[in-house]
Design a binder for this molecule. Structure first.
Ligand code: NAD
Length: 320
């Protein structure tokens, strides 16, 4: 007689089953990013409902399973842990306003997670993600490759979408990164952005000023304010961030070595030291393996340092 399958450790454990965490778990199963997904939240009623709802769709997804619990044990042995636990950003509230409560939460959950999944690659998503990642690294003492933030992976996808829709090319052929803080001081790296191999500034010249300085400023503004707009309309952002996180998870689980702007602890690059922020980074089985030295104009380097100062100021205010 067939016996029930013996539970194996999860490929990915998602901590927090709110709008973001539940959608990451769902997306990971729909995309086949992970075979076994664990979901953990302290709100048992919400957690059980999310797990049931996702489970009922498993006959339509690639082979996969989901297990949920309000006990952190459900994360034991996970290869990747994605941390989304925290309070939701309220309309009008900046990500930095959330800092104090989220850092306190991070301090309480990380030691317990490390006990059950000491070898996992940790992807921090909770905002303000750069401060939370800096705090989690200092607290855990994990190697900086093993713990990083989802950073501006989502924002870079928003940027690519904004450029692609304006010029009428496929979003997949736009190469452009948003760097710095995941938040108000982030900015696009226009000097290295390209469309099908054509630098954006050359494209603009060849297309009668499309993507000129004014259009680029408008796009940058749309990207920085995208989350506020979505939160004002529906209370949370969940779909695109879940896809961005699943891309990170896949790159780790399959050692894909994608170049993704995740948030890592800089060590003097671009004149920034001792604070986490996003620059293009190779992500694979070892985590955030290598930060790339992307050419930046003097103005972009200055913007990056300003972004770092903003993150550092908030980190210091909340005792990180
Ligand atoms: N980095 C990004 O790109 C990005 C994008 C969107 C949202 N976020 C952030 O993700 C976080 C989650 O957003 P959301 O919309 O899912 O919020 P939410 O309020 O819907 O969900 C948060 C969940 O965390 C749970 N939780 C609280 N304390 C916990 C604990 N100690 N252990 C386990 N679970 C706990 C809550 O019960 C809740 O279900 C927020 O900080 C938000 O700002 C980040």
């Amino acid at each position: 007689m067939t016996q029930p399958a013996v539970p194996a450790p999860p490929d990915v454990a998602v901590v927090g089953a709110g709008a973001v965490g539940a959608t990451i778990a769902y997306t990971a199963l729909v995309r086949g990013s992970a075979r076994r997904v664990a979901l953990h939240d302290i709100d048992r009623g919400k957690l059980e409902a999310e797990v049931l709802d996702i489970s009922h769709g498993l006959s339509f997804t690639p082979m996969g399973s989901i297990e949920g619990s309000d006990d952190v044990e459900v994360c034991r042995g996970a290869r990747v842990v994605v941390v989304t636990a925290g309070a939701k950003q309220k309309p009008g509230q900046t990500r930095m306003d959330l800092a104090a409560s989220t850092v306190a939460l991070t301090r309480s959950i990380m030691p317990r997670l490390l006990e059950v999944a000491p070898d996992a690659v940790y992807v921090m998503v909770t905002n303000p993600v750069d401060v939370v990642t800096t705090a989690a690294l200092r607290l855990t003492g994990l190697p900086p490759q093993q713990l990083f933030g989802s950073g501006t992976v989502l924002d870079s996808s928003r940027l690519r979408h904004a450029i692609a829709t304006r010029v009428g090319v496929a979003v997949q052929n736009v190469h452009a990164y948003v760097v710095g803080e995941h938040g108000d001081t982030e900015f696009p790296l226009w000097s290295s952005a390209s469309l099908g191999g054509v630098p954006i500034r050359d494209w603009s010249r060849m297309h009668g000023g499309a993507l000129d300085e004014q259009a680029r400023a408008q796009i940058a503004d749309e990207v920085v304010n995208a989350a506020y707009r979505i939160i004002a309309g529906k209370g949370a952002t969940n779909y695109a961030v879940a896809l961005a996180c699943c891309q990170i998870v896949e790159s780790v689980l399959r050692d894909e070595r994608r170049v993704l702007p995740v948030s890592t602890m800089l060590e003097g690059e671009y004149g920034v030291d001792g604070v986490c922020l996003s620059v293009p980074t190779v992500v694979g089985a070892g985590g955030a393996i290598e930060r790339l030295s992307v050419p930046m104009s003097d103005a972009e380097q200055e913007q990056l340092r300003r972004s770092a100062s903003s993150i550092r100021a908030t980190a210091e205010q909340v005792g990180v």
